[in-house]
Design a protein around this ligand. Structure first.
Ligand code: CTP
Ligand code: CA
Length: 225
């Protein structure tokens, strides 16, 4: 036992974690976003801190309290999150990408509130791709931290996660079935499969806080190697 609790598996390590959704402006009063609560990323930040790490938590717009002794950087959109994540990744040993980054953003942000037009019953928004934050960090040739991603899927969970692990050059991916209502995005519970190049480990459904502790221990062991 240490001052950090039952485990100090991350003592002396620096960990950066992204969490929550991003919000992509369409005009001064509207945005595109998603239902991510940020709970899993915040739980990981707290667990990493309790395991002895120095933690930077890069948070999209969420309604959660900052865990004690965690440095929090608030961001709004994907490009802000990318900039903050790149800066944090320069200084960290482990990077965990728990954020639900918007894949696309409106191609342009209207300066004024967009108005309806008389007789116009349809409208379209052109979207452009956002940068892939975790892939940018995992494909670095220098100062590359041990890099962990998440994959929230509604079908073929392990296959899709496995292909993301490879495509993004991640060290580990945490696959998450969000098709059920009991687990995933807004829930307090989650059930995940941890995948790395050596194989899969299924973790039974648990409170996100308990799962976060287990994941941090697994990450600490794998990042050591
Ligand atoms: N991610 C990221 N930057 C993006 C999109 C995703 O860093 N622009 C990260 C997420 O934080 C997560 C991982 O990539 O750790 C997988 O995200 P996911 O949305 O499941 O995968 P995508 O590559 O966006 O593929 P798709 O949404 O089409 O399934
Ligand atoms: Ca996505």
């Amino acid at each position: 036992e240490s001052q950090f609790g039952s485990s100090d598996c991350l003592r002396g390590k620096r960990v950066a974690i992204t969490a929550g959704p991003t919000r992509e402006a369409l005009d001064p009063v509207r945005y595109l976003s998603n239902h991510s609560s940020g709970k899993m990323g915040f739980a990981l930040a707290e667990a990493a801190r309790k395991a002895g790490a120095e933690v930077t938590l890069i948070a999209g717009p969420v309604n959660l309290a900052t865990p004690a002794h965690v440095k929090r950087v608030d961001v709004i959109d994907a490009r802000d999150m990318r900039d903050a994540a790149e800066r944090a990744a320069d200084l960290c040993d482990i990077f965990i990408s728990a954020a639900a980054v918007a894949d696309f953003r409106p191609a342009s942000v209207a300066e004024q509130k967009i108005k309806k037009r008389e007789g116009c019953d349809e409208s379209a928004i052109t979207l452009v791709k956002n940068p892939d934050i975790v892939a940018g960090i995992a494909t670095r040739s220098e100062r590359r931290p041990f890099t962990v991603g998440f994959a929230a899927e509604t079908q073929q969970v392990e296959q899709y996660a496995q292909s993301k692990l490879q495509r993004k050059n991640l060290d580990m991916i945490i696959a998450n079935d969000v098709s059920g209502s009991e687990t995933g995005f807004n829930s307090d519970r989650n059930a995940v499969t941890v995948i790395d190049r050596h194989g899969n480990t299924q973790l039974p459904e648990a409170l996100k806080a308990d799962l976060a502790r287990q994941l941090i221990e697994i990450i600490a062991v794998k990042a050591q190697k």
